[in-house]
Ligand binder design. Structure first.
Ligand code: NAD
Ligand code: DAU
Length: 350
């Protein structure tokens, strides 16, 4: 029986990864370690929380003693590390928090894995789930490959780049079996409404302004979260230690085009007049250091590990919008309290 530690399993991507592993590998013991920050939510896992092979541990990856004790007690075989501060705008107002969680937290986990695994690395794996933002920003053409030099531009991407470097350093220096994935923008159910797609769906529902940064001509590559969970599964089981895999959706959209599509689909579902929500589009001051374009060349994972995205974007968006429309209580819970303060600072006083 394999014992797998998934960090950040109560967050957006983490909860999909936890559910995917619990359902597919019923003989594995799955531990979800999460400190439940504003982005962590056990409601995301309500449907699986009573499964026998699921164990939730509340704890902070920045707490060195706690992490050492947990690793010593549980003797995990594999770590899939997703816990992080993940929102670029928050990194601009509080970079130090990103250094603490994303850099120090990752190094604490690496040290704990080293300590308990050092006598025998066989069948062990430290998997760092990272982002394509470490590569910086593209112009109108080209793609990020695994060989693209790191050039992070935001405090968030700088902290993820630093943690990637530490993960590789532990492979090169100590031989710790590691693997890294760098993925493009995820979307789907359970995403906290600070990120573009859920924030805009929530604002459309509530007929609030849709704040488009700059001219809305930045480009992102979008991947359905379930496809990312499957990529994490294949990398975890078939990925080669020391390697990096880029993961993406072959699905580039200019923000403004994506936003218009979101408005059209949601209006139809809410039986509103055609064009009603598009009137809510408001161009606001651009994000500082806003990366222009991300695009992923995912040929390595496709060729070597036989993964490919399965969701067509239109279907994925429909499924996502349907989820938010039928989970209004979830939305209300996560947008009350501190969210209001965040929203005021980020958008009203912009
Ligand atoms: P998220 O913000 O939704 O979730 C992060 C989770 O980590 C939350 O459950 C939070 O409670 C937990 N966490 C934060 N600090 C912690 C700490 N100190 N100790 C323990 N738990 C802590 O993030 P997400 O969007 O699900 O992203 C997950 C990972 O995937 C991150 O590492 C992110 O960099 C990476 N990633 C995200 C995307 C994306 O589009 N969202 C794309 C590529 C890579
Ligand atoms: O590329 C992977 C990354 O994608 C992940 O590593 C990050 O964790 C994740 O947050 C995401 O980063 P982005 O900055 O691309 O995502 P965000 O949803 O914040 O923004 C997407 C685009 O939409 C970006 O160009 C900024 C723009 N935007 C965003 C918000 C929140 C707006 O125009 N208005 C907004 O209100």
């Amino acid at each position: 029986m394999s014992k797998i530690l998934i960090t950040g399993g109560a967050g957006f991507i983490g909860s999909h990864v936890v559910r995917h592993f619990l359902k597919k590998y019923q003989d594995y013991k799955i531990f979800n370690l999460d400190s439940l920050t504003y982005a962590g939510n056990l409601e995301n896992l309500k449907d699986v929380e009573n499964l026998k092979n699921y164990h939730f541990v509340k704890g902070d990856i920045v707490d060195e003693d706690f992490i050492f004790n947990l690793f010593e007690k549980e003797k995990f075989d594999k770590v899939i590390h997703l816990a992080a501060e993940s929102h670029v705008d928050r990194s601009i107002s509080n970079p130090l928090q990103f250094v603490q969680t994303n850099v120090i937290g990752t190094v604490n986990l690496l040290n704990a894995a080293m300590k308990v695994w050092q006598k025998d690395f066989s069948d062990k794996l430290f998997f760092h789930v990272s982002t394509d933002e470490v590569y910086g920003s593209l112009g109108d053409s080209g793609y990020f490959t695994e060989e693209t030099p790191y050039d992070p531009k935001s405090p968030y991407s700088a902290s993820k780049a630093a943690s990637d470097h530490f993960v590789r350093a532990y492979y090169n220096t100590y031989g710790l079996p590691v693997v890294i994935s760098n993925c493009s923008n995820n979307y789907g159910p359970n995403q906290f409404p600070e990120k573009l797609i859920p924030l805009f769906i929530n604002n459309i529902i509530n007929k609030k302004p849709l704040p488009v940064y700059g001219k809305g001509d930045n480009v992102r590559d979008w991947l359905y979260v379930g496809d990312h969970a499957k990529a994490i599964d294949v990398i975890c089981h078939k990925g080669k230690a020391g390697e990096t895999y880029n993961v993406g959706g072959d699905n580039e959209w200019k923000n403004i085009d994506l936003i218009r599509t979101l408005c059209q689909i949601t209006d139809k579902k809410l039986q509103r007049d055609e064009g009603e929500s598009e009137k809510l589009i408001t161009f606001v001051k651009d994000r500082a250091g806003h990366d222009k374009r991300y695009a992923i060349d995912a040929s390595k994972i496709k060729k070597e590990l036989q993964w490919k995205p399965e969701y067509d974007f239109k279907n994925g968006l429909e499924k996502t919008i349907d989820w938010y429309l039928s989970n209004e209580e979830w939305l209300e819970n996560v947008t009350s309290g501190d969210y209001q303060k965040y929203y005021e600072k980020q958008y009203i006083k912009r």
